[in-house]
Design a protein around this ligand. Structure first.
Ligand SMILES: Cc1cc2nc3c(=O)[nH]c(=O)nc-3n(C[C@H](O)[C@H](O)[C@H](O)COP(=O)(O)O)c2cc1C
Length: 314
């Protein structure tokens, strides 16, 4: 593996994978607090940024603990190289340490525009997008994609080589096809094949949730790092455990920080809606929380939610 300045600047090989609706500004802060090497934002539409859509810009908040060693990438999705070329120059994008391009999203409303995983069917367009980002951003550019589009069209290895040739400094490979969405088991063998085929660092992604999984996937694939998606939902402190950081975890303190940072960047009614998912994740598996969660889901304001949580945690 050939390393590069960006990879050398990371404090470890753990990545918080992008999760729409979850890796928001508050959650990114908490991943950094718990020493996650690289944190990737929710996917943001390049076209919405070009059209100056406020909701898209609201997703680009940057809040990090003082003296953090974590790096943060913004993930963009889209289909037009010219749009990428323009938006990667914006100050709000330049604020991030790196740019990740989404070429793995399986959702029909994205793929029907030739975006996300649909780009795996159009490597020429995908290459033009990567080149546009590399040329115009001056930032490290990475790409996240899947095993392939369908089981009959597994092209992760060729796609990875194309990413490398187009200037990507690293890639993340999710071991499922677009057709599989999030079902079945991630194929780590294909990730190993990609690692053998390229010189750039590869993050292995899919079904990594524990220290044992991390050790196993790195051993099996030879990947540089692991990208964890659902496994850290509601527990950003997983990164402390995985990186060997000593941490005193107080979930309610973290939840309050999460609220504070969200409120700094988003309208309060939006925060109240967004935080319901997070609260569900933070409290998942805790005994006797069902009535509390039912109450939280009925709330309309942040104050109502905080009052309920206060009662639960006191
Ligand atoms: C709710 C949800 C939202 C996601 N949003 C994104 C996204 O915005 N960008 C992206 O590249 N992948 C997204 N993914 C895919 C994850 O980053 C990851 O590839 C996938 O969940 C497999 O990893 P895991 O098994 O560790 O969760 C999303 C997945 C889920 C479940």
């Amino acid at each position: 593996m050939k390393t590069n300045d960006f990879i050398n600047s990371l404090c470890n090989n753990l990545m918080q994978a992008p999760l729409a609706g979850y890796t928001d500004v508050g959650f990114r802060y908490l991943c950094a607090k718990y020493n996650c090497g690289l944190i990737v934002s929710e996917m943001v539409s390049a076209m919405s940024l070009k059209q100056k859509n406020k909701v898209a810009f609201d997703m680009l908040g940057m809040e990090l603990p003082q003296d953090t060693k974590s790096k943060v990438a913004v993930q963009l999705f889209g289909h037009d190289p010219n749009v990428f070329a323009e938006v990667v120059k914006y100050d709000e994008i330049q604020n991030f340490d790196a740019i990740d391009i989404n070429m793995g999203c399986p959702v029909p409303k994205v793929t029907r525009n030739g975006e996300g995983s649909a780009l795996m069917l159009d490597p020429k367009k995908a290459s033009a997008i990567i080149e546009a980002c590399v040329k115009n951003s001056g930032k490290p550019v990475s790409v996240k994609f899947r095993k392939g589009y369908t089981d009959n069209n597994v092209n992760a290895v060729e796609f990875a080589k194309m990413c490398q040739d187009s200037g990507a400094c690293m890639i993340t490979v999710h071991g499922r096809t677009k057709e599989q969405m999030y079902s079945g088991v991630a194929d780590w063998d294909i990730i190993g094949q990609v690692v053998n085929a390229v010189d750039i660092p590869v993050y292995a992604n899919g079904d990594v949730k524990t220290k044992e999984d991390v050790d196993k996937v790195l051993e099996q694939t030879g990947a540089f790092g692991v990208a964890i998606g659902r496994g850290s939902g509601g527990k950003p402190w997983l990164f402390a455990e995985l990186s060997g950081q000593q941490a005193d975890v107080n979930p309610f303190d973290d939840i309050k920080i999460h609220y504070q940072l969200m409120l700094k960047h988003l309208p309060s009614n939006v925060v109240a809606g967004e935080m319901k998912k997070h609260i569900g994740a933070y409290l998942k598996g805790k005994r006797g929380v069902k009535p509390l969660l039912n109450e939280v889901f009925k709330t309309r304001t942040v104050d109502e939610q905080l009052a309920l949580l206060e009662k639960y945690f006191m």
